[in-house]
Design a protein around this ligand. Structure first.
Ligand SMILES: Nc1nc2c(ncn2[C@@H]2O[C@H](COP(=O)(O)OP(=O)(O)OP(=O)(O)O)[C@@H](O)[C@H]2O)c(=O)[nH]1
Ligand SMILES: [Mg+2]
Length: 306
């Protein structure tokens, strides 16, 4: 466990040093002054918590200051940790009862889909599941190669299509192959697309439909990969994907590159989607199931150090 908590701490070092680090400085003051509330508000918003979550957390803190008679700024730290933690939920247990369980992975360009699929493939296989990858990103040159290289490195089978070919057909073939090979989990990669591009979003809907034709009930999960460095702009993007293909959960990639880890709060509150996994680095083992305690301790690491 210690090792996993360290991963969160290391992965969130940028966030904890940026906005959350400044919070540590503010809460190092001796007295709670009205300025503290303004500063806290600005910093939480800057950390990408979103206005709603920021208001909820600050209201709860102010109430606690009244009720519990907290007068020292330093005593606010523990209360802040608790209130932030309350805003996050553990990811639900993933349902793998269907065989194959088909997982469609979607998102905007460069968010981390292909890398996350490789990491998930490794994780699921380590759990004793058989895995098949589907390289249904036929749009970008080298996309199929990228997944094939990962597959080779991790020794995972992959179904690929032709560059420029029909992405839905590759998705269909992947599901069929997973059925005939009695594979436990099929992970289907899709091309990155901007949520505002009508044709590309229609194509994604088609991939979703075709997967359902190959196997009724599939895809069983649709995971949206979000880039944690994108900030609040990622929210309208995510809403568009959610509307188009019934997203069931989020993979928050590149948390390690982001100074705005607060995105996790906004995603849960404003999208109502669970965060299933978080990307804490580029190596295969750097994708971790989302852990609210590890996350909150990670972003507040500077606070605890003081
Ligand atoms: N530091 C860090 N880098 C990541 C993480 N996840 C992905 N990346 C990097 O982000 C870049 C883009 O990742 P891809 O997996 O190719 O993203 P994609 O969504 O498949 O991209 P497109 O297929 O072009 O839409 C690569 O350089 C990855 O190594 C992460 O959790 N942390
Ligand atoms: Mg990709």
């Amino acid at each position: 466990m210690a090792n996993i908590f360290n991963k969160w701490k290391e992965g969130l070092a940028k966030s904890s040093k940026a906005a959350f680090g400044q919070i540590a400085t503010i809460l190092g003051a001796s007295e709670i002054t009205p300025d503290i509330w303004d500063d806290l508000e600005a910093l939480l918003i800057q950390a990408d918590l979103g206005v709603e979550t920021t208001d909820i957390v600050l209201d709860a803190l102010e109430q606690r200051v009244d009720k519990e008679g907290i007068t020292r700024a330093s005593d606010l730290r523990a209360a802040l940790r608790e209130e932030l933690r309350k805003q996050l939920t553990h990811p639900p247990e993933l349902d793998f009862s269907a065989r194959p369980t088909v997982i469609l992975v979607v998102g905007v360009n460069g968010s981390g889909k292909t890398t996350s699929i490789a990491k998930l493939g490794k994780r699921f296989r380590q759990q004793g599941k058989s895995v098949l990858l589907g390289a249904a990103d036929t749009f970008r040159a080298a996309a199929v190669d990228q997944l094939e290289i990962w597959a080779q490195r991790l020794d995972l089978p992959v179904i690929s299509g032709q560059m420029g070919g029909d992405s839905a057909a590759v998705a269909y073939d992947t599901v069929q192959a997973a059925q005939s090979r009695k594979t436990d989990v099929a992970l289907i990669d899709t091309a990155g697309r901007l949520h505002t591009r009508y044709n590309l979003m229609e194509e994604l809907k088609k991939v979703h439909r075709v997967v359902g034709k190959a196997l009724p009930g599939a895809p069983h999960h649709v995971w949206l990969v979000m880039d944690a460095t994108t900030g609040q702009n990622a929210l309208p993007q995510a809403k568009a994907f959610k509307d188009a293909v019934k997203v069931t959960g989020v993979i928050l990639a590149k948390l390690d590159s982001s100074a705005h880890g607060g995105m996790a709060f906004a995603i849960q509150r404003e999208l109502g989607l669970p965060i299933l996994f978080a990307g804490l680095g580029e190596k295969p083992d750097d994708l971790q199931p989302f852990d609210p305690d590890g996350f909150v301790d990670g972003i507040l690491a500077e606070l605890q150090g003081k």
